[in-house]
Design a binder for this molecule. Structure first.
Ligand code: GLN
Length: 596
């Protein structure tokens, strides 16, 4: 009999008069799901998301189904209202959830489409508890952090287990042990382990081994204290991952083992690695995956053949990334461009396309706040293509329009994303259609030609959180266009916007040569624009965020197209023709063909 069954026995028929609170989702059986919980100690910024997703990938590669979840400590309901220049980009899931950029790391590593169940914040947990209180859900009890708030956390991860039927639910706790914000998550995990039984939960503590240059050797004290702090919360880690610059010595690992009740063969080094794609192999080499499988008694579910294939695909990617001989430079036009995390998915999407086409993509960050028609050419000197990324507000808008004009008139490959797409429409209206006072009402609500206007459905919405047009939407593709070569007749991308091309002006734009090659099937919402290939080698924009769906082994076509056009511009002899997956009429990844 499991301890949790004993609790149930004890509280049965007590009609609420009990200290225990154990809500379980319908269909959930205690002890049937397996959990890995990753917790950070010592300090943040150690790459917990990358570590967790790599470890989850090791398990997935073995043929197990994994369902990752990130538990965020902050009180915001979602990440939608967070400033990307403070917290990194706002990642958007297909179901419209606005979440932490770590979910992007998981989606790319695991090639999964995640949902709102794969993410929660303290704000959401508290909101659920408070809503339940208002509807009398606690039967007259005082509502407490323990057991009610912690009960809600357990309920959420178990809901994920039921919904996905995953072999392993992979839980990453945001922040580090000792933070006030995540203390109740950690307490919830302690309870989860007790209720699910000894082998139901595997705790992995990520810690940090210092190597101060004045000493020239690794010191384990901070790591020991960090792990001890976790043990004070009643959690005995089963695996310890030691982040460090260099491989962690046996002596240091033994010392950490000695102070933490973890056998030395489960205290691993997790040192810096030249590429994130090599981390899964580093973890496998060290034996992390075996340690997890063994602790959770999952040996029977492992499929070695699947593992072999998955490893080859990933290490092939890493090798192509490393060995690429050609190089192109893509300019990214934004504001505060120094903060790379704000554009994490765009950087990744360019990398995916680059690896596919065998080139390294060098990035050039260009601040457009001071840019004009006069200095744009000089600022873009030497770039082989540009991206105008998503944005909000007015800053840098005129500079972006200047860049777009330069790109359109000089044949510089260009991809406009969301706001960048809207700026491309404004540039075209002003400089081709002669609507000199064209603008977006987000920038100038009094302008004469309001070519970018609030979406009709957005006019009645109040409040800022979760109210944009969000998430995956289908797109119908116009035959005979570049987009149709990329996507065939239909595709789907994720959105996050409040403004759109005002359909009243479509006739004028199209008459002047702008092609809207992707539209929403339900409303007059323009999704993709392009200039015909005989006018410009690559001038494309999209109202969507294609960067969010690009995956290492499935590069997103709009990025492929940009990188390909940039290669043709950079290398005179480069004459490969890009064949998109849709064109090749197969589901395999797109490829290139040598001409002649
Ligand atoms: N600010 C624009 C809008 O709301 C673009 C948004 C974006 O780029 N994500 O439509």
């Amino acid at each position: 009999m499991m301890d949790a069954d004993r609790i149930f026995d004890a509280i049965r028929d007590r009609s609420g008069d009990t200290e225990f609170y154990l809500p379980l989702p319908a269909g959930y059986k205690l002890g049937s799901a397996k959990y890995v919980v990753v917790l950070g100690t010592v300090m943040s910024g150690l790459g917990k998301g990358i570590f967790s997703s790599s470890l989850a990938k090791c398990l997935q590669d073995k043929g197990l189904t994994v369902a990752p979840i990130k538990l965020e400590g902050y009180l915001n309901i979602d990440s939608g209202t967070l400033n990307p220049f403070r917290h990194g980009e706002v990642f958007v899931l297909d179901d419209g959830t606005e979440c932490d950029m770590d979910l992007g790391t998981y989606e790319r590593a695991l090639d999964l489409d995640l949902t709102r169940l794969n993410f929660t914040t303290s704000g959401q947990i508290y909101r659920r508890v408070l809503d339940r209180e208002r509807t009398g859900g606690y039967l007259g009890r005082d509502v407490q952090m323990i057991p009610h708030v912690t009960g809600e956390v357990k309920n959420h991860v178990r809901e994920l287990a039921v919904a996905t039927q995953a072999d392993v639910v992979f839980i990453e706790i945001g922040g580090t042990v000792g933070d006030v914000e995540n203390a109740y998550y950690i307490e919830a995990m302690r309870q989860l382990a007790f209720e699910e039984g000894q082998r139901g939960v595997c705790f992995v503590a990520l810690t940090y081994v210092m190597e101060p240059s004045i000493l020239g050797e690794q010191k384990s004290k901070a790591a020991q204290l960090g792990v001890r702090r976790l043990m004070e919360c009643g959690i005995q880690p089963h695996i310890i991952a030691c982040r460090a610059q260099n491989p962690v010595t046996r002596k240091v690992r033994e010392k950490i083992a000695l102070f933490s009740n973890v056998p030395p063969d489960r205290v691993f080094s997790m040192h810096d690695c030249e590429s994130v794609y090599l981390i899964p192999d580093l973890l496998r080499g060290a034996g992390y995956d075996k340690a997890v499988i063994e602790w959770l008694s999952l040996e029977a579910a492992v499929d070695e053949q699947v593992e072999q294939q998955a490893r080859q695909a990933w290490s092939g990617y890493a090798a192509r990334l490393r060995d690429a001989t050609r190089q192109i430079t893509i300019g990214i036009m934004g504001k505060y461009t120094a903060v790379r995390d704000a554009y994490a998915s765009i950087i990744k999407a360019l990398e995916h396309a680059g690896v596919h086409l065998g080139c390294k993509v060098q990035l050039r960050w260009v601040d457009t706040s001071e840019m004009t028609d006069e200095n744009a050419a000089a600022a873009l000197q030497g770039v082989d293509g540009i991206i105008i990324p998503g944005a909000f507000g007015t800053r840098g808008a005129e500079g972006k329009i200047a860049c777009l004009k330069h790109a359109r008139t000089t044949g510089l490959p260009c991809l406009g994303i969301c706001y960048g797409f809207q700026m491309a429409v404004i540039e075209f209206a002003r400089n081709v259609c002669g609507m000199t006072d064209a603008n977006s009402t987000e920038i100038d609500s009094e302008c004469r030609y309001q070519v970018i206007n609030v979406l009709p459905e957005q006019k009645k919405i109040e409040g800022l959180g979760g109210t944009m047009r969000l998430g995956g939407q289908d797109i119908v593709i116009k035959p005979g266009t570049l987009a149709s070569r990329m996507f065939g007749t239909r595709t789907r991308m994720r959105f996050r916007h409040r403004y759109e091309v005002d359909p009243r002006y479509l006739g004028r734009f199209e008459a002047a040569g702008l092609v809207f090659s992707g539209k929403s099937p339900r409303a007059e919402i323009m999704n993709i624009l392009e200039l015909p290939v005989d006018v410009h080698p690559y001038y494309v924009g999209t109202q969507a965020h294609p960067e969010l769906i690009s995956r290492p082994l499935r590069p997103q076509p709009l990025f492929l197209g940009l990188v390909h056009a940039a290669l043709r511009r950079a290398y005179d002899e480069y004459d490969e023709v890009l064949v998109y997956a849709a064109e090749a009429n197969s589901t395999s990844a797109p490829h290139t063909e040598q001409v002649g």
